[in-house]
Design a protein around this ligand. Structure first.
Ligand code: ZN
Ligand code: ZN
Length: 426
């Protein structure tokens, strides 16, 4: 006989629908007031105030602007739930009534527009909804929840919290859980056991030539031609040196050289980014980049070796397989199994969430939840989307037009956090 057993999270979800209008107002306020990485002072203040109002023990300024809430509710498992708080230097073009018009000064001293273009405002909103539900329903769970609101995900801010004594200052979690909104139909949750997000490595490459008059190139070593050769040769790394069954991306995202049409400059600079999901592939790509940059400089007769400087990097985000399967079951039991999709491949985006599980030496699980209106998918099924990718007009994370719809994304995000946490707490 198969009786229908209510999902463990059912009791934790009581009253959530009545909480959503307040969460929606919070989301719109956060969306209208985005802050750059490590500048999340206003956001952190709101988070701390709300957690205190919910009777959580609150610690501020962890790793800069990070906020940690702890709610202990008797003996039991310790579960870490994480949200990120930062926006991006993007000029918002959503046309929403609560669109951002904020400008701020970036670390290089430039004034830039700021937008929640990656949906971190949604993550803060959903985690504050989940903490409120946990505080309101203490009789239905036991253990300790550590709610982490981290700064600066976009530049890898998680290590700043670890370096600020995170491991010793807060109860040690036995599992770390996080979610990220993405452009799949609202209500859908996607994840996978094993690698879920790619490693990201970025480099600044300076190529040295010998400048001179544009009319006498034979007197110079042209760094622009050298840079062009490097850019073209780098395109062969993934296509010719990475196997067809592996996932990797190499992008030259910026190229800077020269000032005037008849001056050959002294130097050229490239900014490159590499995504990979297997350490062996990552190593092979990094070696290939170094080999190609040095060889092209030599081929041009460069007077000086190129400089390759590492920029912030992210490790592979790895979902512990056994723990992830438990979370997939918990999410399916609560949201409906047809709403939970197991991805065949890791995503090529990157994350620093894995830093918490790695530092604690415990499993972590990350999933993604849809925030995009079904109408934008023109009736395409999930199978169509998996096979052919998103329609070109669907805004993606980091786009000036990306903003998750509040309803029912907030409800889904809070439900997913509570469903997964309930596997340990209930
Ligand atoms: Zn992002
Ligand atoms: Zn993000």
């Amino acid at each position: 006989m198969t009786a229908t057993v209510p999902a463990p999270a059912t009791e934790l979800l009581a009253g959530l629908a009545g909480r959503v209008p307040g969460l929606r107002a919070l989301y719109e306020d956060l969306h209208a007031h985005p802050e750059l990485s490590f500048q999340e002072v206003r956001t952190a203040g709101i988070v701390a105030e709300q957690l205190r109002a919910q009777n959580w023990a609150v610690t501020e300024q962890v790793g800069g602007t990070g906020v940690v809430g702890v709610l202990t509710n008797g003996d039991g498992p310790v579960v870490l739930l994480r949200a990120d708080m930062d926006g991006l230097p993007v000029e918002e073009q959503t046309g929403l009534p609560y669109a951002s018009t904020v400008r701020a000064v970036d670390p290089d001293g430039n004034e830039v527009p700021v937008m929640h273009a990656c949906g971190h405002d949604m993550h803060v909103t959903c985690l504050l909804g989940a903490t409120a539900q946990l505080a309101a329903h203490r009789e239905h769970w036991r253990g300790t929840v550590v709610a982490v609101f981290q700064p600066a995900e976009e530049v890898g801010g998680a290590p700043a919290m670890i370096e600020d004594g995170f491991l010793d200052r807060f109860p040690r979690a036995e599992v770390c859980l996080a979610q990220h909104v993405m452009p799949v139909p609202v209500g859908i949750v996607v994840t996978r056991p094993g690698p879920i997000m790619s490693a990201s490595d970025s480099f600044r490459i300076r190529l040295f030539g010998r400048g001179g008059h544009g009319s006498v190139p034979e007197m110079t070593v042209d760094p622009i031609v050298m840079a062009a050769a490097v850019v073209m040769r780098l395109q062969t790394v993934v296509s010719r040196e990475v196997g067809g069954t592996e996932t990797a991306v190499l992008t030259v995202g910026a190229i800077h050289a020269g000032t005037k049409e008849n001056i050959i400059p002294d130097t050229a600079e490239l900014l490159i980014n590499i995504r990979s999901t297997a350490p062996a592939v990552r190593d092979r790509i990094l070696r290939a980049v170094e080999r190609i940059v040095h060889a092209e400089a030599a081929a041009s007769g460069a007077p000086q070796h190129p400089e390759i400087t590492a920029l912030p990097s992210f490790p592979v985000t790895f979902n512990d397989p056994g723990t992830t399967n438990s979370v997939i079951t918990a999410l399916g039991d609560t949201l409906g199994h047809q709403q939970v999709v197991v991805l065949p491949h890791p995503l090529t985006g990157s994350e620093d969430f894995g830093v918490f599980g790695t530092a604690l030496g415990v499993p972590s699980v990350m999933w993604h939840f849809g925030g995009t209106d079904h109408a934008l998918f023109h009736g395409l099924t999930l199978e169509d989307l998996a096979a052919n990718g998103l329609p070109a007009d669907v805004p993606t994370n980091h786009s000036a037009r990306y903003a998750p719809v509040p309803d029912p994304t907030i409800h889904t995000g809070v439900t997913a956090l509570l469903a997964a946490a309930a596997h340990w707490l209930c």
